[in-house]
Design a protein. Structure first.
Length: 67
């Protein structure tokens, strides 16, 4: 399990095409997952950023809408 908190630095390509609002949401969701004790590997961050862009309604349903 990765407990590193530098996910933006480790995988900048996953955050590169996000709007500022999406970027903020993705970072908050990553922290949420990490603080709940779940692994935050590249695949998890990719799922978060992809879901945020492709299906923001589902992203909000999961409780990751921190706006």
């Amino acid at each position: 399990m990765s407990t590193e908190t530098n996910f933006e630095e480790r995988w900048p390509e996953l955050f590169a095409n996000l709007t500022p609002a999406q970027h903020e949401q993705a970072v908050a969701a990553c922290w949420y997952v990490l603080n709940d004790g779940f692994p935050l590997e590249r695949e998890s961050v990719e799922r978060i950023t992809t879901l945020l862009v492709d299906d923001p309604q589902q992203f909000a349903i999961l409780g990751w809408d921190f706006s």
